[in-house]
Design a binder for this molecule. Structure first.
Ligand code: HSE
Length: 404
C-alpha cells in the first residue's frame, strides 16, 4: 500500500482527495496496489468534511511519518510550499504538485534534490490543467529537436476574452464570472497580467529546450489593455484575440520566450479554443506540429493530472522517474527585440496618418465606426523597435502582435 498526504485543501487539493477516494478501485488496478489518503494538511478546520479524521496542522507529522510515500503539494506560491517540498524530498518522499509558480522559480533545484534522494518530483498538473503535456513532451516527443512551443496557457484569460468576443461583456464582468467558476488564481492579477502563463511557458521551455528559464527572463504582457474595440477590429480582419505564451529556440541556442496577446487567424485551430480550454502547439523537427487541447483550469481537470502523477509514482515505487534539464543563466534566454511579426495598431489618428506611418498597411473598419481613431494591420513583419519608430508621433491606443 502507498500512503499519500495532501498539502492544502483548496480547490485542487480537495479535488485530489475526491478523485483519489472516489476512483479507489480503478486507481488500485492502475497503480498495481492500494493508494491510501492518510493525511490532509491545512491551517483551516473542516469538521463537516468526509475526510475530517485525516486533517493535521503540523507538517512535521507528515515529514516524520515513514509510512508517507507521496506528498501532494497544492498549497501554491513559493513560500511555505517551497519549505515543505524541500523537507518532503529531503525525507525521501516523492512530491507531486500543481504549483506552477514553484516549478517555474525553483523547479531545477527541487528536481536535483529529488534526484539526489532517489525520489520523484512530478508536476504534470502545473501546465494546461488536465491536459497531458509534460509527459508527452519529455517522453513521447523525446526523439525530436523541439523548435517552438506556443499556446493558450491560461484558462481564466481565455474565458474572459471568449465572453468579451461572444457576449460583448466588459472585462470586469467576464473576470467576475471566471472567479465565480473557480478558474481564477486567488490574486486574479496573476492571470490577467500574464504571470500565470509566463510561469507555464518557463516550465514548458525547460522541458523542451533543456535549460531552466526564469519568469524574470520572459517579457510578459496580459490582457488588461484589450478592449471591445480591439475585439471588433480583430473580428473585421477575420481574427480572434488570444493570450499566448511562446518559446522559440533560436539558431544560437537561446530561447526567445514571451507572453502577450496576439491576433490569431480564424483558420488557426487556436482561434477556436474557447472558454477555459487551453491548447498547446509543439513543433518538432521530426513530427512537425502537434497540438494538445483540453480543460486548462478547474478542480477536477487539474486533480486528474495530479492523481495521474500519483499513480505513476506508486506504480514505479523504488524506480524514480527522472526529468532532467540544465540550470538556467543569462545566456539561456533572450528577449523579443529581434522577433519580427505583423502588428495590429489602433491609434487616435486619421486613416491617412496611419497609412503614411505604415506604408502597405491594411486598414480595418468597425461596425459602429471608429470615431476619432483608426486601426490597421501592418503589411510586412517588423520588430517592436521598428514599429515604435514608425509610430513615433502618433497617439497609439493598442498595439498587438499578429500570429502568422
Ligand atoms: N488560474 C489558472 C488558469 C489555473 O486560469 O489557467 C490553472 O493553472
Amino acid at each position: 500500500m502507498v500512503n499519500v498526504a495532501i498539502l492544502g485543501f483548496g480547490t485542487v487539493g480537495s479535488g485530489v482527495a475526491e478523485v483519489l477516494t472516489g476512483h479507489e478501485s480503478s486507481i488500485e488496478r492502475k497503480a498495481d496496489g492500494l493508494i491510501r489518503l492518510k493525511y490532509i494538511l491545512d491551517v483551516r478546520d473542516f469538521p463537516d468534511s468526509p475526510f475530517a479524521d485525516r486533517f493535521v496542522k503540523d507538517f512535521a507529522v507528515i515529514e516524520n511519518d515513514p509510512e508517507v510515500d507521496i506528498v501532494v503539494e497544492t498549497i501554491g506560491g513559493a513560500g511555505v510550499a517551497l519549505d515543505f517540498t524541500r523537507r518532503a524530498l529531503a525525507a525521501g518522499k516523492s512530491v507531486v504538485t500543481s504549483n506552477k509558480e514553484l516549478v517555474a522559480t525553483h523547479g531545477y533545484e527541487l528536481n536535483q534534490l529529488a534526484r539526489e534522494k532517489g525520489v520523484c518530483y512530478l508536476f504534470e498538473a502545473s501546465v494546461g490543467g488536465g491536459i497531458p503535456i509534460i509527459r508527452p513532451l519529455s517522453q513521447c516527443l523525446a526523439a525530436n529537436e523541439i523548435l517552438e512551443i506556443y499556446g493558450i496557457l491560461n484558462g481564466t484569460t481565455n474565458y474572459i476574452l471568449t465572453r468579451m468576443i461572444r457576449a460583448g461583456l466588459s472585462f470586469d464582468a467576464a473576470l467576475a464570472e471566471a472567479q465565480e467558476k473557480g478558474y481564477a488564481e486567488r490574486d486574479p492579477s496573476a492571470d490577467v497580467d500574464g504571470h500565470d502563463a509566463c510561469r507555464k511557458i518557463c516550465i514548458l521551455a525547460a522541458i523542451a529546450f533543456g535549460r531552466h528559464i526564469y519568469p524574470e527572463q520572459v517579457p510578459t504582457q496580459g490582457i488588461a489593455g484589450v478592449t471591445l474595440a480591439d475585439v471588433d477590429y480583430a473580428e473585421s480582419a477575420g481574427k480572434k484575440i488570444k493570450l499566448l505564451g511562446r518559446a522559440i529556440r533560436r539558431e544560437d541556442g537561446k530561447v526567445c520566450a514571451y507572453v502577450a496577446p496576439h491576433l490569431v487567424d480564424q483558420a488557426n485551430p487556436l482561434a477556436g479554443v474557447e472558454d477555459v480550454f487551453n491548447a498547446i502547439s509543439v513543433r518538432g523537427d521530426a513530427i512537425g506540429d502537434v497540438m494538445f487541447y483540453g480543460r486548462g483550469a478547474g478542480k477536477l481537470p487539474t486533480a486528474s493530472a495530479v492523481v495521474a502523477d500519483v499513480i505513476d509514482v506508486a506504480r514505479n515505487m523504488g524506480h524514480r522517474k527522472a526529468l532532467s534539464w540544465e540550470p538556467g543563466g543569462e545566456d539561456a534566454a533572450c528577449g523579443t527585440d529581434a522577433l519580427a511579426s505583423r502588428w495590429y495598431v489602433r491609434a487616435k489618428a486619421p486613416v491617412d496618418a496611419l497609412r503614411s506611418a505604415l506604408p502597405g498597411c491594411k486598414l480595418l473598419a468597425r461596425r459602429e465606426g471608429g470615431g476619432d481613431e483608426s486601426a490597421c494591420l501592418t503589411g510586412s513583419p517588423l520588430t517592436q523597435g521598428e514599429l515604435e519608430q514608425a509610430l513615433a508621433g502618433l497617439e497609439c491606443r493598442s498595439v498587438i502582435r499578429v500570429l502568422d
